[in-house]
Design a protein around this ligand. Structure first.
Ligand SMILES: [Zn+2]
Length: 162
């Protein structure tokens, strides 16, 4: 079978690495990019982290003062991994229907609907406005407007009972 584009690109990268490697008769040995034969999980973590920078919004989640379970919930939310019916459908879990239970409309229960568009979500965000004041996320909501950055993280987690 032909190579996929990604496999071909990886093959090209590997070819360059092999071409630039001088072979000797010496025995092979493990070495790491930090030029020390000792493995270090911290150094490996930093090595891998250099290649992947998280978007700034993710850093804000982990730096805010919310409880850890709220932070994890928001992280799952941003990765579209909260078990709303749409996700359950994608996981091939059979349910009588995949509509939103909170508003009795015919809209499929997606993450975006449950946490942003659903009338229940609007009422949660609206009640959060009185708690948090003006934040960027609430200002950006089309039907609410109006809170301190980072405070909004408490809202969805608390409102949706995680
Ligand atoms: Zn709804």
């Amino acid at each position: 079978t032909p190579l996929s584009i990604q496999a071909y690109e990886l093959f090209q990268q590997l070819s360059k690495i092999v071409q630039n490697t001088a072979l000797t008769n010496a025995h092979d040995k493990w070495c790491y990019p930090w030029q020390n034969p000792e493995y270090s999980s911290i150094k490996m973590y930093h090595q891998l982290q250099e290649q992947e920078k998280a978007p700034p919004s993710f850093a804000k989640i982990w730096k805010c003062t919310a409880m850890l379970r709220y932070k994890i919930f928001i992280w799952l939310l941003l990765h579209d991994r909260v078990n709303v019916r749409n996700l359950l459908h994608r996981k091939k879990i059979i349910l009588p229907n995949y509509k939103c239970e909170l508003c009795n409309c015919s809209t499929e229960e997606t993450t975006l609907h449950v946490f942003w568009d659903c009338p229940f979500a609007l009422s949660c965000w609206d009640s959060g406005r009185s708690i948090c004041g003006d934040s960027a996320i609430l200002k950006n909501h089309p039907s609410i407007g109006g809170a301190q950055e980072g405070d909004w993280i408490h809202l969805p987690a608390a409102a949706w009972g995680c």
